[in-house]
Write a protein that binds this ligand. Structure first.
Ligand code: TSB
Ligand code: ZN
Length: 651
């Protein structure tokens, strides 16, 4: 047998018989590594650890501890779960089962739903298959062969998936025991590698996320390379659950949904109303400093405007259907831009009017797929911290960076430290389908944004295929408590629409020019931003944002009059103060205030009334002692005016 040379990542080389697998190489290094290896790269290509290597090659081995290996482990566990479900419910049909953020799911077409007991039984079955250590084997099938195979098995969804693959290439499938699944791979070499897993939850999910399709049953689960890592993650999930904005938003009475209103259409309760007002105040102050004008535009508009803007060609799927008004088609607005373009165009502009910056907390409506709706984070009616900046190419860099700086100003105020800036680019294959068909302008504008980012020393990653239909954008990505990723702020360049709208300005030489347009939403929409903030602060808002900033707690009825006068005094200074004059013990009142996460408690009895003082208790800090009323008032006011971060030392 011929000999081959294998180069390992540390550049050491070893000689083996041709046909050796990465798993065997791992074994030769040490049984522990072999036990943990789940996949490999051979000459840079990510693949199964059981592939025979026939020629000299560079090899890397992946254990479940690496990101790549973990993904393989997650996806392989989805297969293991599907195998278990099929063995318990032979009539179930399997659909898709990807890995996402430390978890995997699989969607099944099954009569009824999965109960908690079902999950336990599935987990048990998975453990049995894991103990059997079944080999996981890849096979390549011709397209027709694959279609016939899955047809015979009654797996109609798989047949549909294969039929939609736009290539005549072979199809790969992975088998373990008598279960076989369509899959690109790679997968773990055998089911025994999957040990530390847990099924987490179930939910309904439409096939392909489309509510016109059948509702499937989804099971989420997770898996890790060790018992300790699994335990740590399950603890993290428990914590995350407590911070989940859907739970906290309800407990803190910030927002609600109502079936009679409709899915994705949130109702803001008074506490949410306060947060909205404060955010708008912050935005307007900041925008005024940065030279923006505030404008307003209607929620409804004629279809022709969206024809002109390109929305009806490229964005219609995300729009609510047209309504007929006196024979003319009107739409509710999915974006504010076309109206803002009209506001720009309402009077002639010269270079002296530029940059022209117009802002509006504009309410937009988007027909998001029902499977995509997620609490406040993805809704159908949204109030956007929107603005459009019309500028000349010469001032573009400065304007773009000014917007980036504004993001950073905001992030500092909110203490947002964990985010990623993404330069989202177009995909040339989608020109004319998802993107305005101007290939050269795309390249030119993407270069301009890249240069602006470099000039501003702003770290970013590039993601192709995520641009807006009218131009590239810089998105700021954040993660929800349960690990879902979202775009919070966005800064977009539009090279196409101003021309379509015939927007012009006269330059210094008196020549007509077309401005560039920057679309930006640093504070996202109220919905997504507040959803994010609830989780970010775990419901403990800083004083300036807290719906209820302070509560006065009289110790006895004798102090009620004084307590009321304090409430009045603080209210008159613009603070949001409540009074708990229920006939309860002071300890119970304190617990109630803690439960409602009220930042400041003013505890008053006869002594305080006589001395015109308050005994102060701050959340997470504890007793602050007794102080003169005016001292407390001025220190709280200064904290509010500075929009300071909450004190979280003891959190
Ligand atoms: C910035 N025309 C631009 C605007 O000028 C625009 O509409 N951009 S957008 O489509 O990216 O939306 C702006 C921001 O709104 C996004 O970055 C995101 O944070 C937020 N957003 C978008 N869709 C939703 C939704 N369905 N629910 C909640 N927030 C959303
Ligand atoms: Zn816009």
């Amino acid at each position: 047998m011929s000999q081959i040379t294998i180069t390992l990542p540390d550049q050491s080389t070893r000689t083996f018989d041709a046909g050796i697998t990465p798993l065997d190489v791992a074994e030769s290094i040490g049984p522990r590594l072999a036990k943990d290896t789940v996949a490999a790269t051979i000459n840079g290509e990510f693949t199964d650890a059981t592939v025979p290597i026939m020629e000299d090659a560079e090899l890397s081995l992946y254990t479940g501890d690496s990101d790549e290996g973990h993904e393989v482990l997650l996806h392989s566990t989805a297969h293991l779960m599907a195998q278990a479900v099929k063995s318990l419910w032979p009539d179930a049909q399997v659909t898709i089962g990807p890995a996402i953020d430390n978890r995997f799911y699989y969607d099944f077409d099954i009569d009824g739903t999965f109960s908690d007991d079902d999950l336990e039984n599935i987990e048990q079955k998975m453990r049995e298959f894991s103990k059997e250590n079944l080999a996981v084997a890849r096979q390549e099938l011709a397209r027709d062969e694959a279609i016939n195979l899955f047809k015979e098995m009654g797996e109609n969804y798989k047949v549909e998936i294969i039929e939609q693959i736009d290539s005549e290439d072979n199809i790969s499938a992975y088998g373990q025991g008598d279960f076989i699944d369509l899959c690109r791979g790679p997968h773990v070499p055998s089911t025994g590698k999957i040990k530390h897993f847990k099924l987490l939850s179930t939910s309904g999910a439409y096939w392909r996320g489309d509510e016109n399709n059948k509702m499937l049953q989804r099971i989420y689960g997770t898996v890790f390379s060790s018992k300790d890592r699994l335990k740590e993650y399950l603890q993290f999930l428990e914590e995350a659950k407590k911070r989940d904005h859907r739970k906290l938003g309800k407990e803190l009475e910030i927002y609600t949904f109502d079936d009679e209103v409709g899915p994705g259409l949130p109702l803001w309760l008074p506490n949410g109303g306060v947060i909205i007002e404060e955010l708008e105040k912050l935005a307007k102050e900041t925008e005024s400093r940065h030279g923006y004008h505030q404008v307003r535009s209607p929620h409804l508009t004629k279809g022709d405007l969206y024809k002109k803007s390109g929305h009806l060609d490229l964005y219609k799927d995300a729009m609510y259907p047209a309504m007929d008004v006196d024979g003319t088609e009107y739409y509710v607005k999915p974006m504010n831009c076309p109206h803002h373009h009209k506001i720009y165009d309402a009077s002639p502009k010269s270079y002296r009017d530029l940059p022209f910056r117009i802002a509006e907390y504009g309410t937009c409506y988007r027909y998001e797929k029902s499977g995509q709706l997620f609490g406040l984070m993805r809704v159908r009616s949204m109030q956007m911290n929107d603005a459009h900046i019309y500028c000349s190419p010469e001032t573009f860099n400065r304007e773009f960076l000014d917007v980036c700086e504004m993001y950073l100003e905001y992030f500092e105020i909110f203490g947002i430290e964990k985010y990623e800036m993404r330069l989202s680019l177009h995909d040339p294959a989608d020109l004319g389908k998802k993107y305005i068909d101007e290939p050269e302008l795309w390249i030119e504008t993407e270069d301009a944004v890249r240069n602006a980012l470099k000039a501003g020393d702003i770290p970013y990653v590039e993601i192709p295929g995520e641009a807006a239909f009218y131009g590239p954008k810089v998105d700021v990505q954040v993660w929800s408590a349960i690990g879902k990723e979202f775009t919070l702020a966005t800064n977009q360049v539009d090279f196409a629409i101003p021309k379509r709208f015939d927007l012009t300005y006269t330059d210094e030489k008196g020549t007509e020019q077309t401005p560039l347009c920057i679309h930006r939403a640093p504070l996202s929409t109220h919905e997504r931003f507040i959803g994010f903030l609830i989780e970010h602060f775990g419901g403990d808002f800083p004083l300036w944002l807290a719906p209820n900033q302070a509560v006065v707690l009289p110790i006895s009825e004798k102090a009620h009059g004084y307590a009321q006068s304090l409430q009045e005094k603080f209210k008159n200074e613009g603070m949001r103060v409540s009074l708990d004059d229920r006939p309860e013990k002071i300890g119970a009142k304190i617990r109630h205030a803690e439960l409602n996460k009220i930042p400041v408690m003013m505890i008053v009895g006869e002594k305080e009334a006589n001395e015109n003082t308050v005994s102060v208790r701050r959340r997470f800090i504890g007793d602050q002692g007794t102080m003169p009323v005016d001292d407390l008032l001025s220190s709280l006011m200064s904290e509010v005016n500075k929009r300071s971060q909450p004190h979280r030392e003891n959190q």
